[in-house]
Design a protein around this ligand. Structure first.
Ligand code: MF3
Ligand code: CO
Ligand code: CO
Length: 254
């Protein structure tokens, strides 16, 4: 069941998304060589609290951290711990907050200090893939239009989308219908309607698309050890241009 948001719902949800975006920005600025992932998570927790929100992740299916911090070959759901970030690492940060009863969910991969050309290209392609997907989030289209735009661009650049994790509707719950795969599978796909709020989130591997789980029960890593990147926005479908709710500045999708 897909829940359409009313104007009143959106009045509550927009600020939740702004909080998520603000925290992600601030955490990104906090990251530098020498900080541990635990310090990053604690910093995020303090910013979330200062902004009057709560982590949407902590306690979700017993998830133990405030954010997801996935380094290098880690794809998603990396757990904060004693690992110290090194110059040249790439870090995928995923921030989800609850505020006013609604959730904002957003992620980005960034380099710690700097990174190699492959890592930079992987991040650029993943981010552009996200924006190409978002540009398809229009009433009258289908979820598969989003999926196809992302997959075509990513594969056209020699990388692969992860199959095991997908984007999703988001609202009062973190994971609502519909699922938004980053690939097409020929199955019937829901129609996009104004008032849908969608978390669109390509996860892209520099090598093969396969992932495996670490023994911590959460962290997904690439099977072949290749680098992975992840970008995510919460987006409102309208009759015209999609509205990126987790963006602090208006971006042009043209
Ligand atoms: N934020 C992730 C997503 O984008 C989900 C995190 S689940 C958690 O859908 F358990 F790790 F919190
Ligand atoms: Co997320
Ligand atoms: Co999400």
């Amino acid at each position: 069941m897909i829940i359409l948001k009313s104007e009143r719902d959106l009045e509550a949800m927009r600020p939740a998304c702004v909080v998520a975006a603000t925290v992600l920005n601030d955490v990104a600025a906090f990251i530098q060589p020498g900080v541990s992932t635990k310090q990053v998570d604690e910093f995020a927790a303090s910013r979330i609290k200062q902004l009057g929100a709560r982590s949407a992740f902590l306690g979700y299916r017993k998830y133990p951290c405030h954010t997801c911090i996935s380094v290098n070959d880690q794809v998603v759901h990396g757990l904060a711990g004693t690992r110290v970030l090194q110059f040249g690492d790439i870090v995928s940060l995923d921030v989800g907050v609850i505020h006013n009863g609604f959730i904002g969910d957003t992620a980005r991969t960034l380099a710690v200090g700097g990174c190699g050309v492959l890592a930079q290209r992987l991040m650029d392609v993943t981010e552009k893939g996200l924006y190409l997907g978002i540009a398809q989030a229009r009433a009258g289209g289908k979820v598969s239009d989003i999926s196809r735009a992302i997959q075509d661009y990513v594969e056209g650049n020699g990388f692969n989308v992860v199959r095991e994790f997908v984007g999703h509707g988001v609202g009062r719950s973190m994971h609502e219908d519909p699922q938004i795969p980053n690939f097409t599978d020929g199955k019937p796909s829901p129609k996009l309607r104004a008032g849908m709020t969608l978390a669109i989130e390509p996860m892209v591997n520099a090598g093969g698309p396969e992932v495996k789980m670490l023994n911590d029960g959460w962290t997904a890593v690439t099977k072949d050890g290749s680098l992975s990147a992840h970008f995510e926005h919460t987006v409102l479908v309208t009759e015209s241009e999609p509205e990126i709710l987790t963006c602090l500045e208006k971006v042009s999708l043209k």
